[in-house]
Write a protein that binds this ligand. Structure first.
Ligand code: ADP
Ligand code: MG
Ligand code: MG
Length: 252
């Protein structure tokens, strides 16, 4: 089991007018066999947390620490983070011109492991992962994100998680824009990875509906760059009924 530990994390985003503080002291600890939901209203800093963990250059950690089994994640390059097992499925994934899904996944896996996966197993695993996610076989030979529908992008994220087998997977709004069937298929994909590998999932979402399929062990509510409340799955149910209003009231 691995542990990802975020301690008093402060992050500013680089804007044209200078750095703007977004995260104001996030604390969060997740083990590699747990699923944590990160919830919160739009603009509360959820994606900023995801990008900071992935090492996006636009996001500047001004203080605090992130460790993976005691190793300083913030000192690692983006590649080193991926090798260490931290995976971010992008909220708005970019196109990778001229690179097919198959080649993208295989070179990512090779980069992470330091050696190419055995072709026979790899091909078989990829085929079965794609079948499980109900993606057409020709999907493998399409270029990454080129003309992908919203649903295909999300399935590709889960396919990456399934094939790359990270220790920690940050899924940022994987549920947004999915119809009910696609949400179920994507959720089943996440659950399959949870059941078959020792993976920690940080499931970032604005809505509670994905949490009825992917049951979180813990729920953290981020408001204005801070964890405002934490709890078990019942907290998600409460948010379903009450929304975020009570967090957003000005203090009396
Ligand atoms: P969430 O994912 O919870 O909706 P974000 O982390 O995307 O929130 O954004 C948090 C805040 O930081 C918002 O007020 C947003 O406008 C601001 N922000 C995020 N990224 C940038 C950026 N690149 N430039 C300027 N402001 C940003
Ligand atoms: Mg976001
Ligand atoms: Mg978000």
């Amino acid at each position: 089991m691995s542990t990802l530990k975020i301690t008093d994390l402060h992050v500013s985003v680089n804007t044209e007018t200078g750095p703007k503080p977004i995260l104001n002291g996030i604390n969060l600890e997740i083990n590699s066999n747990e699923t944590h939901a990160i919830m919160g209203p739009n603009g509360s800093g959820k994606s900023t947390l995801a990008y900071s963990l992935a090492g996006h250059p636009k996001y500047q950690v001004t203080s605090g620490t992130v460790t993976l089994d005691g190793e300083d994640v913030l000192a690692m390059s983006v590649d080193e983070r991926a090798k260490a097992g931290v995976f971010l499925a992008m909220q708005y994934p970019v196109e990778v011109p001229g690179v097919t899904v198959t080649n993208f996944l295989r070179s990512a896996k090779t980069a992470i492991d330091g050696e190419a996966p055995k072709l026979r197993h790899w091909t078989k695993d990829l085929k079965s992962a794609m079948e499980n996610l109900r993606v057409d076989p020709e999907f493998a030979s399409r270029n990454v994100n080129e003309g992908f529908s919203g649903g295909e992008k999300k399935r590709h994220e889960i396919l990456q998680m399934e094939m790359l087998k990270p220790k920690f997977s940050v899924l940022d709004e994987t549920d947004s824009g999915l119809d009910v069937d696609a949400l179920r298929i994507v959720s089943e994909g996440i659950n399959r990875v949870r059941e078959t590998t020792d993976v920690g999932v940080l499931l970032i979402t604005h809505y509670t509906r994905i949490l009825s399929y992917v049951k979180p062990d813990h729920v953290h509510v981020i408001i204005k760059g801070k964890v405002a409340e934490e709890g078990g799955p019942e907290l998600a149910e409460r948010l379903e009924n009450e929304g975020y209003d009570r967090f957003l009231q000005a203090p009396a």
